[in-house]
Design a protein around this ligand. Structure first.
Ligand code: ADP
Ligand code: MG
Length: 378
């Protein structure tokens, strides 16, 4: 699957913009502030209907304007499962995606001019993986960033999971507002309503826990393989990496604990037990990479997570996600950069977009690259 053409209207710094892309590597170069990252974000928008960088849509509407539109023409492989993703396979399988976002209006998303009734049905049709400098929130922020990382992968490969997650978040919000309504007084809670919410939430906790556990069984071996590859034989690779899933749901008496926490929940006015408390911990020799890892170890860890994200999605969908690499060469040292370039030459990797503020560097790096590549200068 690849994006052959992109049109933007009033999207961030672009009043109006159009470009054509090749199915292999597209290197977007231009000065700082030229709009390189914005192009990657527009592609991300077409895939997931939201920005990679902002949690709401408003910052993506051009200043002083009320709406933006993004249109992309895609080509998809003829044989999704195990087929090769080459241009020859894609004849006649073009489709276009239109996204329109206007202040105070519902999002409009169309697949070949047909509007979606449920936007979530689009998620996973155009799988995408972004690797951007801001990604180290995985290491530093709270557990939410780590859950989002895995949810983001699962949502793209498993529509049922996405459905469970959205339902869970809905009922969690409902339960929390019920808790707020009784203002700390146990005798004021609507127990019938609470019972209904709890039943849904506990059911969904089980489902989501099962899916997360099963997913990690596929994800972890791929992650370990790429951690080893990226860290190479360097000193940082003398300790064995691991990824652990920490969930209250795993505890045998989880349901009882959930029920028992009602008094505390009423007091705190929020739900203390559930999969919204799950966390994922990266470990080296049993110690947290976040807390004890060297900068090099952390960099390898993050890059391996992202590369594993790519290959897991590729494996599960049977074709390649679009790979978006934002300013990656600024962040990586020579060793990891070479490793990444080696990975990028893997024929399994399909269309790739790379931004770079220093065209001469990219030109140099790609001189001996075996795949086709094209420069777009802004
Ligand atoms: N909503 C917006 N309206 C107008 N300009 C915007 C908006 N959001 C971002 N920009 C502009 O986009 C530019 C940054 O683009 P970006 O893609 O991050 O640049 P690059 O990656 O090439 O350094 C900045 O000049 C910024 O002011
Ligand atoms: Mg940028």
């Amino acid at each position: 699957m690849f994006l052959s053409s992109l049109r933007l209207y009033q999207f961030k710094n672009y009043e109006s913009f159009g470009a054509e892309f090749c199915p292999d590597v597209n290197i977007i170069v231009g000065k700082n502030g030229a709009g390189k990252t914005n192009i990657l974000d527009a592609i991300y928008y077409l895939a997931l209907t939201k920005s990679y960088f902002h949690s709401t849509d408003l910052p993506s509407i051009q200043h002083e304007k009320n709406l933006f539109t993004i249109k992309g023409i895609f080509s998809s492989p003829l044989t999704p499962k195990g087929g090769t993703d080459t241009i020859e396979d894609t004849k006649g399988l073009n489709f276009n995606i239109f996204l329109g976002i206007e202040k105070n209006q519902k999002k409009i998303l169309r697949f070949d001019e047909v509007p979606y009734t449920k936007i979530n049905e689009h998620i996973g049709k155009i799988p995408v993986v972004m690797i951007a400098p801001a990604d180290d929130t995985w290491l530093h922020a709270g557990s939410e960033a780590r859950r989002k990382f895995f949810d983001g992968i699962l949502a793209q490969i498993d529509n049922l999971y996405l459905g469970y997650l959205l339902r869970y978040n809905h009922f969690l919000t409902q339960r929390n507002s019920l808790l707020k309504q009784c203002e700390g007084r146990t005798n004021r809670i609507d127990l019938t309503l609470l019972e209904q919410y709890d039943e849904e939430l506990l059911y969904l906790c089980d489902k989501i826990f099962e899916k997360r556990t099963a997913f990690l069984e596929i994800f972890i071996p791929i992650f370990l393989e790429y951690y080893d590859f990226i860290a190479g034989n360097s000193t940082e690779n003398t300790e064995s990496p691991a990824l652990s899933y920490v969930s209250q749901v795993a505890q045998e008496d989880f349901k009882q604990q959930f029920k028992n926490s009602l008094t505390v929940d009423i007091f705190k006015q929020r739900t203390s037990f559930g999969i919204h408390k799950d966390d994922f911990e990266g470990l080296l020799n049993g110690y947290s990479v976040r807390k004890f890892g060297s900068q090099g170890q952390q960099k390898s860890f993050l890059l391996a997570l992202k590369i594993a994200q790519f290959f897991v999605i590729q494996q599960q969908k049977g074709f390649s996600p679009i790979l978006l690499l934002d300013d990656i060469f600024d962040k990586l040292d020579d060793f990891r950069m070479q490793k990444l370039l080696e990975i990028l030459q893997n024929p399994i990797i399909g269309q790739t977009f790379i931004t770079d503020a220093r065209p001469e560097r990219s030109q140099h790096l790609f001189k001996n690259f075996i795949k086709k590549y094209q420069f777009l200068e802004l």
